[in-house]
Design a protein around this ligand. Structure first.
Ligand code: MGD
Ligand code: MGD
Ligand code: SF4
Ligand code: MO
Length: 740
């Protein structure tokens, strides 16, 4: 059994472990600042990822930023930030930050960005928006957003008359699992995931690499679970950090998970390792499921997954032994092979069979604080929205499909519902949405592209207007309300003044709103007034919350779970857990998930696998002075046998070419390791930046996104399956074609 100390050691391989935060954080304190005298602390919540841990920003008596530490009262971090959160201060310090609004102009036949005043930049944007409305209708404006700024800009875009608002966190991330959960349990998983890891006896991870995926309290609770002796079962073609701490590691052949999951159901059902009474009372379609999985034996799955039938049987028994205190984790980034809703449906069905939904040690029932809306006039009714553009496609798309918005923006869009203007806030679409050439063609087809960012990223290079937002440490934002174990509110207050000419999103939208005649939607002069009003409605105030940072509403433990003695009452068609999905059947999809074989690598090619590193978040942190100090490039994990076959050596620099002849822009260092099987190679997402203004990150490592040109779209909700791409090794720098 692995000890917690081991787990920490492993997560700190790259230099930074979550619980080593003391030492690591010391490195991130603002160097050279005089910390004598009175230290002030200001509440904030972190924006380095979307767990949104609440913390305290410390400033010295000169008002200079010193460090950020976790808020002990916050159940989403328990007083401990992850390495990225401690290093968040680097976002403020980064010398490469955007400093001034900029407009694209033509100078001597060359396009350049020119620094302009806020007045000029916003005047320009407002004029272009009016022209867009006049020519194509307000609905032709789309908002792509991720992060806190999105809410402010949503208000602006809706007031303007468009509801074409999308985020990559759905169709490039967790959309399939939300659709699968809704089909089975009538409710989405939501973020943070309601996994009761704290109380579980068995945690099953299907490609969820918690420990590299550093979502804070999940990592903390998993670490404690390991300490308690809970069973961890990890299914991953790579020996992930989680796998190294698992009782069972199932090194599955990539893209074959559905076969394994069906075989697990087979064992649980045919060995009668389920609670009959529970199944009878709470589930719909057990008989159909039983008949359906009859042929999917562990022996059948072994032939497909390259796993041993005995291991499949043994792990199924162990899950059932601990049930209902067993979690089969729904995963988060689940857009893999295009049949992702069905894969996560298998996971949901397993949880249904094990009785873990709404049960201690399984999944708890989330709760959320409700914040009163600051008054504004009703939004105008748009004539069409993204749903109409889809015209019945992706019927389970619950919120929005960013790649569909790219389709609506593309010159090949034949419908009369066209997107002709983009506002992009806090998302680096070029490296976030696969099939980059298509994104670029869509951008080129726009009348207006506004990018609101803190850094000169790839997406800012495509803007007509760049609006520099200040970092989260320099601004107010909406109160954090996340659906979780307890209803909490967390406050973000500026710890320091915005550097350079940067401004908060709340300021930008208000100014733009005034120029567009939409002032009634921005009835404040400073966003702090909105927060104070909201908090007063809830019996608190901004002044009070500034002292606390977080408010937690306690809750009796019994309310965390569904009542045991009564049958479940869910929002599915049958009101029960739908092992057989009537919703999917009605939509014309398989009501029981089907295994389909996916394309295999051509000769000499390897499947491109990617994931997270504990000290980085997507593409946003690669240039962060603190975090790039710990890891400044990604490396290509290659199995020793594969390396030998190709004559590759440790740390050799190579280039990659994908199945469509697309070349990597930069070289990558080889990491020869037994931790990856011979059928794929692996790299951390977020590197290979090609914007030269990112002085630390430019040309370091490879962008996985550039090599993901084949996308398998999930027909149920539109998710972009990205793991069906294959690469070969080039040991010499390929000749680049000169663009004419
Ligand atoms: N190839 C590939 N593609 C992926 C993934 C993958 O693993 N591989 N992962 C997918 C997943 S799971 C997700 S959730 C998405 C994430 O996709 P994104 O949210 O697009 O992630 P980032 O690449 O970090 O881009 C964030 C952008 O926001 C900017 N930014 C940071 N802080 C602020 C701020 O305070 N204000 C403003 N205005 N801007 C800010 C950053 O500078 C950066 O340009 O990517 C998806 N796409
Ligand atoms: N440090 C850090 N943590 C993060 C983030 C970050 O950027 N940095 N981003 C956050 C976000 S928004 C998300 S969505 C999550 C994403 O994190 P997760 O949802 O945990 O993971 P994925 O990126 O889907 O999966 C990566 C793992 O899947 C394995 N894998 C690849 N192919 C297969 C396969 O066919 N079958 C199986 N079983 N496994 C396979 C890979 O080897 C890898 O270990 O991380 C979150 N946490
Ligand atoms: S998990 Fe880390 S990066 Fe994410 S919000 Fe928390 S401290 Fe910040
Ligand atoms: Mo994500």
């Amino acid at each position: 059994m692995s000890s917690r100390r081991d787990f920490i050691k492993i997560t700190s391989v790259g230099g930074a472990g979550l619980f080593a935060a003391g030492n690591v954080a010391a490195k991130y304190f603002n160097p050279g600042k005089n910390m004598k005298g009175t230290i002030q602390r200001t509440p904030t919540y972190c924006e380095v990822c979307f767990w949104k841990c609440s913390g305290w920003a410390h400033t010295n008596e000169n008002g200079e930023l010193w460090k950020v530490v976790g808020n002990k009262k916050d159940p989403l971090c328990n007083g401990r930030l992850c390495p990225r959160g401690s290093g968040g201060i680097g976002m403020y310090n980064d010398p490469d930050r955007l400093k001034s609004p900029m407009i694209r102009i033509e100078e001597r036949g060359k396009q350049v960005f020119k620094e302009v005043t806020w007045h000029k930049a916003l005047e320009y944007v407002a004029q272009k928006m009016e022209a867009l409305k006049e020519k194509h209708g307000a609905e032709s404006l789309a908002l792509f957003n991720h992060g806190s700024g999105g809410k402010h800009f949503s208000n602006l875009v809706k007031a303007f008359g468009s509801t074409n608002i999308v985020a990559p966190s759905y169709a490039q991330c967790r959309g399939p699992r939300e659709a699968a959960w809704i089909a089975t349990f009538g409710t989405a998983v939501n973020a943070p995931e309601p996994t009761d890891i704290k109380n579980t006896n068995c945690l099953v991870l299907i490609g969820s690499h918690i420990g590299e995926n550093m979502h804070n309290t999940q990592v903390q609770e998993m670490s404690e679970a390991i300490d308690r002796g809970a069973t961890i079962i990890t299914v991953d073609p790579r020996l992930s950090t989680a796998a190294t701490h698992s009782k069972h590691w199932l090194p599955i052949k990539p893209a074959t998970d559905i076969a394994l999951l069906l075989a697990w159901m087979h064992v649980i059902i045919y060995e009668k390792r389920y609670n009959h009474e529970y199944i009878e009372k709470n589930t719909f379609g057990f008989k159909e499921l039983k008949e359906y999985v009859a042929e999917y034996t562990p022996e059948w799955a072994a032939g497909i997954t390259n796993l041993k039938a005995s291991q499949i049987r043994e792990t199924a028994r162990e899950m059932a032994f601990h049930a209902p205190s067993t979690i089969v984790h729904p995963g988060r980034h689940v857009t893999w092979y295009g049949d992702d809703v069905q894969r996560v449906r298998c996971i949901a069905i397993l949880n249904g069979l094990l009785g873990s939904f709404g049960t201690k040690g399984g999944f708890y029932m989330q709760t959320k604080a409700s914040v009163p809306t600051f008054s504004h006039p009703p939004y105008p009714q748009p004539k069409w929205s993204w749903k109409d553009f889809l015209d019945g496609k992706f019927p389970s798309a619950e919120i929005n499909v960013s790649n569909a918005m790219i389709d609506a923006s593309h010159p090949d869009n034949q419908s009369d519902k066209k997107i002709k203007g983009w506002i992009v806030v806090g998302t680096n679409l070029i490296n976030t949405i696969p099939n980059t050439p298509r994104t670029i063609e869509a951008i080129r087809n726009q009348d207006l592209v506004v990018v609101v960012d803190t850094m000169p990223m790839e997406i800012t290079g495509w803007a007509d207007v760049i609006l520099p937002e200040c970092t989260y440490l320099e601004r107010y934002d909406d109160l954090r309300v996340s659906p979780e174990r307890y209803a909490t509110l967390a406050l973000r207050v500026p710890a320091v003044k915005p550097k350079h000419l940067t401004k908060p999103a709340s300021w930008i939208v208000r100014r733009l709103g005034l120029k567009l005649g939409l002032q009634d939607y921005f009835n404040y002069s400073d966003f702090s007034e909105v927060l104070d009003w909201q908090l007063k409605q809830m019996g608190s105030s901004l002044a009070e919350m500034k002292k606390k940072g977080v408010t937690v509403v306690d809750r009796p433990e019994s309310s965390l779970y569904l009542p045991k003695d009564e049958p479940v009452q869910l929002k599915t068609k049958s009101g029960k857990i739908e092992l057989y999905s009537q919703l999917l059947e009605e939509q014309g999809f398989d009501p029981l998930p089907k295994y389909t074989a996916h394309p295999e690598a051509p000769d000499g090619f390897y499947r491109l696998n990617y994931g997270r590193a504990p000290m980085h978040t997507f593409t946003r942190t690669a240039n962060n002075p603190n975090l790039s100090d710990i890891m400044n490039e990604n490396r290509l994990w290659v199995n020793p046998q594969v390396a030998e076959n190709h004559g590759l050596k440790m740390n050799q620099m190579i280039w990659l070419e994908n199945q469509d002849g697309v070349l990597s822009e930069f070289p990558i260092k080889v990491r020869v390791t037994e931790r990856i099987g011979p059928d794929c190679v692996y790299m951390v997402h977020g590197f290979g930046h090609n914007n030269k203004r990112l002085k630390r990150a430019h040309g370091k490592g490879i962008s996985d996104t550039k090599l993901i040109t084949r996308v398998a779209i999930d027909p149920i909700m539109g998710g972009t399956g990205m793991r069906g791409n294959f690469v070969k090794f080039l040991v010499e720098e390929p000749k680049k074609e000169v663009e004419s």
